[in-house]
Write a protein that binds this ligand. Sequence first.
Ligand SMILES: *Cc1c(COP(=O)(O)O)cnc(C)c1O
Length: 360
Amino acid sequence: MEFQTIPHPAPVPGETRQQAIADPGFGTLFTDHMVEIDYDEAKGGWFSAKVGPRQPITLDPAAAVLHYAQEIFEGMKAYQYEEGGLALFRPEANAQRFNASARRMAMPELPEELFLESIRQLVAVDREWVPTIPGGALYLRPFMFATEAFLGVRPAKQYKYLLIASPVGGYFKSGHSAVKIWVSRNYTRAAPGGTGAAKTGGNYAASLVPQAEGIANGCDQVVFLDAVEKKWIEELGGMNLFFVFDDGTVITPPLTGTILPGITRDSLIALLREEGLNVREEPYSIDQWRADATKGNLVETMACGTAAVVTPVGTVVGPDGEFTIGSGSAGQITSKLRERLVGIQTGKIADSHGWVTKLP
Ligand SMILES: *Cc1c(COP(=O)(O)O)cnc(C)c1O
């Protein structure tokens, strides 16, 4: 599909942009452009691909997404690459996961090549927005929602795909230091047969009250337990977890349908195995976590995702009080893995996996 390009009539002036991307924060600053592609079943599918000024969109008040939440998204980053140019990290995996989410939410798939082309198009017009500060990147947010004006309950026949971009620095205000985690007992995130493995806004909506509860209790993030036994550790609101033991074993919860299959998670499994660690995808319980941390054979816990990369979990606040992981700050494996992953993403370390896609 050909993209129509509509340059912004009044882009942010260079000096203002430079100032803004020197300290971008997370998710509040946006680039000049966006990509928009429409879908209509009656027109035979996807049509009208545009890259144009980022601007408000109009929606019919009966648009299905506003009533029944047919919506999915992705999160990925474009990095300044060591040898010049930019780089994407495993963008095909995002394209595939976008379509897996679409299938679960009864939405049309977007051809992978069209997804990837949208990324290339937006990064090309907004490449001056990529921060050069350490840890900085251009966060890319592809998303799709039902636009059909219809209040009956069935999959919509019209959708919009949009791609926006946000220059970002670190995700947590605390930088790379360890986060404090709240164990949610009153709320769960996803049940078997539900939408936990889809990247859909509803999962996040459901996590906001427990997240607020965690913050009210002095924590940064919430860890969710399984919805059936309220025993097995699943993931954070938007990050997967790894548990590192003193005997070189690493456990991460298995992908049983209630956990989001993180691309960072998948990459870390590979990197940990290359480090000679014995990674096992198996259930791990909250009681065992506490016991192992207290005994000291559990030495590190890390949370991972595109936004916050690899973040150490320092303290856990559960119903039976608090416990600390290792020294309460970033452990050796966590720091090493973070460095390796960021090194590959930014070209400081050779990409032996073919994970990196170079862009001009
Ligand atoms: C996006 C997301 C992750 C992390 O996935 P990455 O591909 O590593 O960014 C983990 N959990 C949830 C719930 C998510 O939405």
